[in-house]
Design a protein around this ligand. Structure first.
Ligand code: AMP
Length: 208
């Protein structure tokens, strides 16, 4: 009888977080096997016989973890705040992908503003922030490149991630208020915490 376990899947987001996260796996028993760089495969082998790495969009990581289709996931806190209704447990702050969620605009807010058009891909964070400062918001949901929306008159302000501030500056905008610090987190499927606890502990320890 075979004793081989079902594969254990670690979901990683494509893009900048993937690049920042890879060095954390290097020199661990969970490093990716060679030849993944030019591959279009979405499920990759690692040095560990039970562990596979799934490469998807960050916004999709919570759904994979909640459903149990993947067991562990790496995802930005900005996304987790928007997906708080899904069921996952946050295990670790990986201390990468550090940036901030901020309000930005072409100029300071007019103290008489009672309603603002806010371009963002973070509607939950935007509504709760705008409520906290007592200004009514009309949310204009955009998938990306929010920085140009106020310049072209689509919105009055944006709520988006800021790192160096260069994107804002180059598009004639400025940071008006920091809403929250953001970093990349390790999340886990609730049931897997019990059924795959040993491997989860080993991977978590290797990432600390
Ligand atoms: P910057 O010009 O360095 O302030 O970077 C801002 C741009 O990069 C914006 O379009 C952000 O959405 C994006 N960005 C900054 N930091 C992150 C991050 N940690 N994760 C994902 N996107 C980010």
């Amino acid at each position: 009888m075979s004793t081989k376990k079902d594969p254990f899947i670690l979901a990683l987001p494509k893009g900048r977080v993937f690049k920042d996260f890879l060095p954390k796996l290097e020199n661990t028993p969970f490093a990716l096997k060679d030849n993944f760089e030019n591959s279009r495969k979405m499920l990759l082998d690692t040095r560990h016989p039970d562990l596979k790495v799934l490469i998807i969009r960050g916004w999709d990581v919570p759904a994979y973890i909640t459903s149990g289709a993947a067991h562990l996931g790496v995802v930005g806190k900005d996304i987790l705040i928007e997906k708080e209704d899904e069921e996952f447990v946050e295990l670790l702050d990986l201390e990468i992908g550090k940036c901030r969620l901020s309000l930005a605009g072409k100029s300071n807010l007019n103290s008489t503003s009672s309603r603002l058009r806010v371009a963002t891909k973070y509607p939950k964070s935007a509504i709760s922030y705008m409520n906290s400062i007592g200004i009514q918001a009309e949310i204009i949901y955009l998938h990306g490149s929010q920085e140009i929306a106020p310049v072209l008159g689509l919105a009055d302000v944006i709520i988006d991630l800021v790192d160096t501030g260069n994107t804002l500056k180059e598009n004639g905008m400025k940071e008006l208020d920091k809403i929250s610090d953001i970093s990349t987190r390790l999340i886990v499927n609730k049931a897997s915490l019990k059924t795959r606890s040993r491997l989860i502990a080993e991977i978590t320890d290797a990432l600390k």
